[in-house]
Design a protein around this ligand. Structure first.
Ligand code: SAH
Length: 355
């Protein structure tokens, strides 16, 4: 049975499903989900991420986290954690960049949250020599200070979509028409989680909610507030979005999200405002939302690029210059991607970010 057949049968039995349920099936179905069946980031993959573009990204993240660890009295045991580590490249770069920071590696318990068995295997190969531990949920994070990064993790979490209808909302649903998947709308209802969006939307506007992000960020924020640590949440998105941001990408091309389920990566822009609100509700401080380009410049990416370029020439040098531009330039990833930093209210914010 293909994933499409499975989805059509499920809709025939239970009725139309939320966009969130559809995303969950497409990404994480145990045998046919996108992340369950492939490495989407490989050379022949569907998309590329900042750590796969250049080692400079992970190196600077590593130095920011390590400086935060030093600023907080270099606790002698802490979780060095990553959510959705992909091929393990970012964590490998963090570890390489921090290997000369006295005591950092000895104190670090490398902890990874990863849903995909295939990517877990690749992470295990990449991080060979570091004995990472994989956890099933953020509740399993070690009971210790938490220094964490999540790059392009929250954008993969399932979203629900709602169309404004008067003072209520109709949920966008995935249904079937014959043997095809198609969008429809649920009944009008009020939505407590969308109360504040009645102020900045009009009839017919579409807004999104990412329900599963809130319990995750709440655990991270609670951990950092009580145990110490820092969190760097990096993703594409903004304070809050307006309109349909569900995006399917296959072989570096945009695709229709309802076509070929399980064969394309599905993501949505991250709304940082609800993450920030949940962070504060958990008693944790957060930084200003900062464009990735600004964050990396503050951490010295240009100096780092110059240092690396000293030994390069030809194609390798061109690659480095283009990677620097891609990560930082406002017309590339520099502005589309944002960083939110979490830190305990008694400590200073992680380097590269400000309050
Ligand atoms: N951070 C990496 C990979 C980003 S792709 C990089 O920057 O290259 C998204 C990652 O999140 C993948 O590793 C994917 O398998 C993982 N992921 C997606 N949804 C997840 C979930 N619900 N729980 C755990 N991991 C998830």
């Amino acid at each position: 049975m293909t994933l499409t057949d499975h989805l059509l049968a499920r809709i025939a039995q239970d009725g139309p499903m939320s966009v969130a349920d559809y995303m969950t099936e497409c990404l994480l179905h145990p045998t046919q989900g996108y992340y369950s069946t492939r490495d989407p980031l490989g050379a022949l993959g569907d998309f590329i991420t900042a750590p796969e573009i250049s080692q400079m990204f992970g190196e600077l993240i590593g130095l920011s986290l390590a400086q935060a660890w030093i600023d907080q009295g270099h606790p002698n045991r802490f979780a060095l954690a990553e959510l959705g580590p992909g091929r393990g490249t970012l964590m490998a770069d963090i570890l390489r960049a921090t290997r000369n920071i006295e005591g950092f590696h000895d104190a670090a318990e490398v902890t990874l949250l990863e849903a995909s068995p295939i990517l877990r295997q690749i992470q295990s190969d990449t991080l060979n020599g570091y004995t990472p531990r994989w956890i099933e949920t953020v509740a399993d994070l070690p009971d210790a200070p938490l220094f964490l990064v999540a790059n392009e993790f929250f954008d993969a979490l399932p979203i629900r979509q709602f169309l404004r209808d008067g003072d209520g909302w109709r949920e966008r649903l995935v249904g079937r028409e014959g043997e095809s998947l198609t969008y429809g709308l649920g009944a009008q209802a009020s939505q407590v989680a969308l109360m504040d969006r009645l102020d900045d939307t009009q009839d017919g506007d579409l807004v999104e909610l990412c329900p599963s992000a809130i319990p995750i960020i709440t655990v991270l924020a609670g951990r950092i507030a009580t145990q110490g640590g820092a969190g760097l949440i990096v993703d594409y998105g903004d304070w809050h979005s307006l309109g349909d941001t569900l995006q399917a990408v296959r072989k570096h091309q945009r695709a229709d999200p309802l076509q070929a389920p399980g064969q394309a990566d599905l993501t949505a822009q991250v709304d940082f405002e609800p993450l920030a609100t949940a962070t504060r509700a958990a008693g944790c401080a957060h930084t200003r939302l900062t464009p990735q380009g600004v964050f990396l410049e503050r951490l010295g990416i240009t100096a780092r690029a110059q240092k690396l370029s000293a030994t390069l020439g030809g194609v390798e040098l061109d690659k480095l210059v283009s990677a620097h531009r891609r990560l930082t330039h406002p017309n590339e990833m520099g502005n589309l991607f944002k960083v939110l930093g979490l830190y305990p209210s008694y400590a200073s914010p992680p380097p590269g970010l400000e309050t």
